[in-house]
Ligand binder design. Sequence first.
Ligand code: ZN
Length: 582
Amino acid sequence: MSEAISEPPVEPEAGVTSGSDDAGDASAPPHKPRRRGSRGGRNRKRPASGAAAVETPSDDADPRPELPERMSENRPSAEAAERALVRKPQIGDSRPAPARSSRPSPGSDGDEAPAPARKRRRRGGRGRSAAARTAEAARDDEPVELDEETLERRRGRERKGRPVGRYLMCVHVRPHATQIAVLEGRSLIEFYVSRPQDDISQIHGNIYLGKVQNVLPGMEAAFVDIGTPKNAVLYRGDVQYDPEDVVEKGEARIEHLLRAGQTILCQVTKNPIGTKGARLTQEVSLPGRFVVLIPNSTTYGISKRLTDEERKRLRRILDEVKPANHGLIVRTAAEGATAEELRRDVRRLLRQWESIEAVAKRSKSPALLYREPDLAVRVIREEFNRNYRGVVIDDVALHAEVQEYVTSLIPELADRVELYDDDETLPIFERHHVHEQLHKALDRKVWLPSGGSIIIERTEALTVIDVNTGKNVGTSNLEETVFRNNLEAAEEIARQLRLRDIGGIIVIDFIDMEIKKNREEVLKAFKDALARDKTRTQVFEISDLGLVEMTRKRVSEGLVESFSGICPTCAGRGIVLDDSLL
Ligand SMILES: [Zn+2]
């Protein structure tokens, strides 16, 4: 319907969108143990801090979990949100500087590359099993022959035969976990952990045949059994229905649309976090590399980030291949794609959908119909582009899998996927200084280059960040010292929020600045730094008490949580009471 759609209805966070193409996965049983991805060990039980000692550790078994956050929870008014939204870099923007000069050791090896600001996300792709492919299907998965000019445009930059790029991905495989570190220059900016048990918690993008357990008219929601330990939740707004099927006049109510025992096809849009169940939608979407297929929908849109001319070209091609009964959204990544590439992408997604439908027909609910690929493949699908100088993997089997995936989808970058040398004397994370940075990302206190520090404290409702100056105030005046310190803090806080994957409400207490212009500049530096975070953030004006309030979309429980448990001595309170004085 609408021509101008900014991005497909899937979030760009790594590891959260669906979109591999093949039927191979769809028939997998839901609980087959397999290495799966998450941004942390999300399925550990996490008792509420105060009640830790008394809470029974059985929330995983409770079929009636807490509702996920309402859409309005912790949300500002629409106007305030619009004002506060941190705008991501767009095509044509000059890219923000990757690192402040104050950073002790800026990565010199890739920083200068003035690569196009556009982030090209490669998506979709290959399923793991090659079973029963038709001849056409096999052909669709082979690399498209590209002319030299297109190839040249897409290839990564090189200097003296070595790939140049700001980013590097290091993948470290252990028997019980796979860890992925993303470095910008030499600075660790993102970290992912996947463990086998994440199968039941890292389910964003998966498609299920679910069974409605009960409908809660008062909550305008329904609990749906999708075969995971906790029931998932479907809100009224995410229910799809044909208005002609509804007898009642006016706004259709959820109890008229769904009934207990009913079988529905649904897709997870939000992982279960803590005690909250997964969130579902009935509007399924299958993201490919260039387009997103929305089955049984009339949606037809082209990313408005593309130029008018490019949109016209894409529409000319897609008008021919667009399936009659399904919707299509053309991603920004389609820019420059050839007609044959687009055709294959659409065909791949159609086949994927057909196989999902076929499995649904012969399945009994609850059943998993489509599963997202492994973490490493997902992160690479979402992230890997010509701005990466490489992906280094220290495991032979995973390297082969990723190499095959990249060769079929981004052949021009296949030579950037490397196996970490066995002869290297250092483990991969030490060689690339991931370890030490990871340890810092788990600390409460983070030092700033000029001697100041920030303290990060998480509470149940929000995260509080306190900024401190160093003892050494130097020769310049106090306002100037404070200003410099706050600038360093702004940069570091943005980095830590992303690296620690802290979501929800965040309150930052910068050191008070007298001069308005300095306050504005710190806020601007902070927003610029946040703009490089692909997770959505909003920053509100400085409050009367000098606090900066912000929100960051919650993707996971967070990095620290994935490496820790509640302290058994104080039950998470952080102090031990002296009983003898009570
Ligand atoms: Zn303790």
